[in-house]
Design a protein around this ligand. Sequence first.
Ligand code: ASP
Ligand code: MG
Length: 422
Amino acid sequence: MRATQNSNASKIVALIVQKYGGTSMGSPERIKSVAQRVAKFKAKGHQVVVVVSAMSGETNRLIGLAHEIQKHPDPRELDVVISTGEQVTIGLLSMALIDAGLKAKSYTGAQVKILTNNAFTKARIVSIDEENIRNDLDEGKVVVVAGFQGMDENGNITTLGRGGSDTTGVAIAAALGADECQIYTDVDGVYTTDPRLVPEARRLKSITFEEMLEMASLGSKVLQIRSVEFAGKYKVKLRVLSSFQEEGEGTLITFEENDKMEQAIISGIAFNRDEAKITVLGVPDKPGIAYQVIGPVSDANIDVDMIIQNVGVDGSTDFSFTVHRNEFNKAMDLLKKTVQPHIGARDVVGDNKTAKVSVVGVGMRSHVGIASKMFRTLAEEGINIQMISTSEIKISVVIDEKYLELAVRVLHKAFDLDQESA
Ligand code: ASP
Ligand code: MG
């Protein structure tokens, strides 16, 4: 909270950026109910900037249209087309706000002047000119900004990648020095794991940025990862909330682990079904081999996640890594046709029916025994661990995909995540 220098100088208000996703913009009724929510914040004396997504399904529809015209749509023109979804919702929401008796004004990304680089369809924000927004806020207006879009230095329309409205919201909050950036979505916060798998999963009151990045990249896709990175970098206070609930604290994403009220050792169990494992068998155990295996994979733009090289026996060793399941065939092909003959490996084998499960928590930094508890829990269920990797705040294992749900459930229980005080 802080005082602002507007006409209400005596009133303590906060500057809040609220971002509403596609489901919240999904129909005229929902847009009107967003306007009602914004009105409540205004009534409390807050200044509000609203960042919106396109109506749900709209961006997909536009991408589909583009592909019906051109097999590989021209990137500049694709951005011209797919940025229109948000231009519709800023206008509609502004109308709903005006109809609710508020002063409101819409801005496209270019009108704000959200300057990006020129990487069409995946542009990065370079700077935001926040002066007009500030003036409007001081005049008591609600400012409604189109998410997902910007403009490059030549005036071309750009977009920020799928889910990019989250990043717009955080970037605007950073530029304005907002007190809080609230992301309204169709879930009421970040959970200890996916509640569809584990009904006992609990909403977390808070989670650190680092944990959130692990949870997001591991499959708990609540926020666009870049928006979380952005918020961490610019110290934006970020909160995930449901747009369908009247009240609710959501989940606060904090900078410091000390900010967390009740420090749990483990915050959540993340998982990813899209993992595929590849093993190059019998590679010579000598310098340069890891490079000769991974180099061509990376040159082919295939993302690699876990990498494990075994201890060499008799001058040869095995080398395993994981890729996204969609890229499994491409990677297998590349390795069999070019890498295997080149380095003289015995064979290349793969398994695209694997999954990754991770326990995540900043608290594990100072605790031994997390790995042993995790491995024991899986062993007791007869689940074979195929690969292991660790970082300061997570331990991940690759297992057969058919044990994924069981593994997530037993780990969630073993780490007491279903208990309120966990
Ligand atoms: N409408 C865009 C998308 O669907 C951006 C967003 O919703 O965040 O990806
Ligand atoms: Mg989204």
